[in-house]
Design a protein around this ligand. Structure first.
Ligand SMILES: Nc1ncnc2c1ncn2[C@@H]1O[C@H](COP(=O)(O)OP(=O)(O)OP(=O)(O)O)[C@@H](O)[C@H]1O
Length: 734
């Protein structure tokens, strides 16, 4: 069997001889693997049928492609898909193991290769009826995160095109003609311990934009936006022909999830999903622009190994004796250098048309695919320690922000409370109060602001790191491979895929994709919204009530009135403090059992002064005021937390709005949020004023209390003296 020469003849179809008959076991992990090579036939197009074209090549069983006119010419691959095979099936066989590997830290590359109009874009991108490998891989990546509760992930994407040998950033229209740079890469080989290996083959695109993605819809929206900038044109064969190669790269970082993850190495890998421009038929194009494009496209494809058999990368790679591999001859091969040099999993999906008019091009594709099958790869996990890993950077930042927040909270708590310094000299206190009040208020404001900013940064960073929602119940999760994941796209995700591109339709494909399975999420969202609404209104009602209370001076008649029962408590915390404050003052039984009330009764028993409501009233007032201050502070904290949360959502929305300026509902939502933030800030300001007033009231009550205590003491002394005088007078009479 000679893999590099022309087909071996076979006289009978039942006993064929193939160039390549070894099949890769896709399910087992091997240190040495071959590139997975599959061939996908598309159906004859209506145009080809109209033109009366015949079938030249066909799928003979699951692994063989055979020539109709010369049955002895046959090629074998890992898998051959007939014209009715769905993209989902192609994904399961040819892509899923590469995506799985990428999620575990093994680099992966999947590319579609074939002549113009053979089905590359249909296979890689697809449309709403039949999502392609790229959306399926994106969806799968997020499903894998959900199924891996013991790790946390950070995903980012980039999207570029190579058009006429120029690299353009599809996610950033300003990023044109970018340079490809080479860098020595450090790879960490695991052999009992981590050994750094310096690999000279790392290439990267300088200045390319990378976006962290948070959901399949988010990633698909970026691709859809990028597609807007891609070069397409119509050829004689394809109305929407891709005139550029595109590379969509998903960079995956993951680390152990949980407390013991500090210092652990991070898995870092790249999944490159490539839609190559169609290789041109020499007879196809006559116009100048298309001819120029064609020559560039062919340049990179020739370098890949289609027509120029003496210098192709593939050919050299499969030739054990080749000393130099001409990666540098084209941008495409430079960028594919690391995957083609064998570090990572590679899947090549060759798309072909069965039609007789393209028979020669199809034959070239089949020969190229056959050669590629012999590239040996050695897939290994990439482990890195900190420096290059964004996930570690974010994790460390979150950790230190949390510490900062804790310190800030402690700082706020340790501000000397007024109650504690009440024993100080009253004049000094008065002075201090007046001087410190403004400072204290502004410090509180600043610290609350800093706290809100920290909280929102923590929330933002935490959101970027993706964890399974199953993470809270790890013991129940089995890590054995479960049933195959299905990729059901929700409406929001489908919206980012193109409608059916052209007229070749397979009716049975992916019909179920229209059924959204996300109903549960919706109802959970509804409940949350409802809960939030209740909270919000509850808080507002409570604040209104407090305002009315403070306005009326909280008279005894208010306490027993029905006002309280009309209010809706905002939060359990607020509800409790609200109830406590109101009821302790309004019900004598509770008032008597409180420590301050006990003290009051002691005062009453020890001092035999005439019953005087004044002292009791003053003590009650001072209890009431300090409760009120605590309560107001509590409410201020709740409101500040809500403002921080709203601000963080607002920030996220404004980022989203800058990406999708036409989405009106985002603008509406943003307006609603800023209004709410404004209202809450006003409420916070009101609360601050009330706190300041209450502090002053408390101070006055204290002064009154002290004065009344002195009066009571003097009255008692007076009573005693008059009693003594009375006795002395009686004795003198006797
Ligand atoms: N397997 C398939 N089943 C149904 N229709 C297909 C299939 N493959 C391709 N098509 C249809 O064939 C037409 C051409 O396909 P596509 O645009 O994907 O080709 P291409 O190889 O990307 O072409 P180019 O290189 O010119 O961009 C499209 O209408 C597409 O919908």
């Amino acid at each position: 069997m000679d893999g590099q020469s022309s087909p071996v003849s076979s006289s009978a179809r039942s006993k064929p001889q193939y160039f390549y008959s070894e099949s890769v076991n896709l399910d087992t992990e091997r240190s040495k693997e071959n590139v997975t090579v599959t061939v996908r036939f598309r159906p004859l197009s209506p145009r080809e049928i109209r033109q009366g074209e015949e079938i030249a090549w066909y799928a003979d069983g699951e692994t063989v492609v055979r020539n109709e006119h010369n049955p002895s010419t046959a090629y074998a691959y890992d898998r051959v898909f007939g014209p009715t095979t769905t993209t989902r099936h192609v994904y399961d066989v040819a892509a899923q193991h590469v995506v799985n590997g990428a999620m575990e830290g093994i680099n992966g590359t999947i590319f579609a290769y074939g002549v113009t109009s053979s089905g590359k874009t249909h296979t890689m991108h697809g449309d709403q009826r039949s999502p392609g490998i790229i959306p399926l891989a994106v969806k799968d990546a997020f499903s894998i995160i959900q199924e891996t509760p013991n790790r946390e992930f950070l995903l980012r994407v980039s999207y570029l095109e190579i058009y006429n040998e120029v690299v353009n950033d599809l996610l950033n229209p300003a990023g044109q003609n970018l340079r490809i740079r080479e860098d020595a890469q450090v790879e960490w080989a695991v052999a009992g311990c981590l050994i750094p290996l310096l690999l000279p083959w790392g290439t990267f695109v300088e200045g390319i934009k990378e976006e962290v993605v948070l959901s399949p819809a988010h990633a698909l929206s970026l691709i859809a936006a990028g597609e807007e900038h891609r070069h397409v044109g119509s050829t004689n064969f394809n109305l929407l022909s891709s005139r550029s190669h595109t590379i969509f790269t998903l960079t995956v970082e993951s680390s152990l999830y949980g407390e013991n993850s500090e210092g652990e190495a991070v898995n870092l890998s790249q999944l490159s999903l490539i839609d190559l421009a169609g290789s041109e038929s020499s007879k196809a194009e006559t116009t100048g622009v298309r001819r120029k494009e064609g020559s560039y496209i062919n340049k990179s494809l020739l370098t890949l190994g289609t027509v120029r058999p003496l210098v192709p990368v593939i050919s050299k790679l499969t030739d054990g004796r080749a000393a130099h591999i001409p990666y540098r001859d084209s941008k495409l091969t430079r960028l594919l250098q690391s995957s083609l040099s064998g570090h990572g999993r590679v899947s090549l999906i060759c798309t072909v048309t069965p039609s007789s008019s393209s028979s020669e091009e199809t034959h070239n594709t089949l020969k190229f695919a056959h050669r590629a099958k012999h590239i040996e790869i050695q897939a290994a996990q990439n482990k890195i320690i900190d420096e290059k890993s964004l996930i570690k950077k974010y994790q460390n930042e979150i950790r230190s922000l949390k510490e900062e927040l804790e310190q800030l909270k402690r700082g706020i708590v340790t501000i000397p409370r007024l109650k504690d310094i009440v024993e100080d000299d009253i004049v000094l206190l008065k002075q201090k109060l007046e001087d410190g009040q403004v400072k204290l208020q502004s410090r509180l404001e600043q610290e609350e602001e800093a706290k809100a900013a920290l909280l929102s940064r923590i929330q933002r960073l935490t959101k970027l790191i993706l964890v399974s929602t199953k993470a809270s119940q790890p013991s129940r999760i089995s890590h054995r491979p479960g049933p195959r994941r299905r990729h059901s796209f929700g409406e929001e995700e489908l919206a980012y895929l193109p409608y059916k591109r052209q007229d070749l339709i397979l009716d049975d494909e992916n019909i179920d994709l229209y059924v959204s399975l996300e109903g549960n999420t919706e109802s959970v969202d509804e409940t949350l919204k409802e809960e939030k609404k209740t909270r919000k209104h509850g808080l507002l009602n409570w604040l209104k009530l407090r305002k009315r209370d403070s306005g009326s001076g909280m008279s005894t008649s208010d306490k027993s009135s029905g006002v309280k029962s009309n209010s809706t408590p905002s939060t359990p915390q607020a509800e409790n403090s609200n109830y406590y404050a109101e009821s302790r003052l309004s019900h004598p039984s509770l008032a008597e059992s409180s420590p301050s009330a006990d003290l009051l009764s002691e005062v009453r028993q020890d001092r035999e002064v005439p019953e005087d409501n004044f002292l009791e009233q003053e003590t009650l007032n001072s209890i009431k005021t300090s409760d009120q201050i605590d309560l107001l502070r509590e409410q201020q904290k709740i409101l500040s937390g809500e403002v921080a949360l709203h601000s963080s959502i607002l920030k996220r929305l404004s980022e989203e709005a800058s990406r999708n300026p036409l989405k009106e509902h985002i603008q509406l939502e943003m307006k609603k949020l800023s209004d709410e933030i404004k209202v809450k800030n006003e409420q916070i300001a009101l609360l601050e004023k009330q706190i300041a007033d209450s502090i002053m009231t408390s101070h006055n009550s204290m002064a009154n209390l002290e004065a009344s205590q002195t009066i009571a003491e003097l009255t008692a002394q007076l009573n005693e003296k008059s009693f003594e005088l009375e006795v002395m007078f009686l004795y003198s009479l006797a």
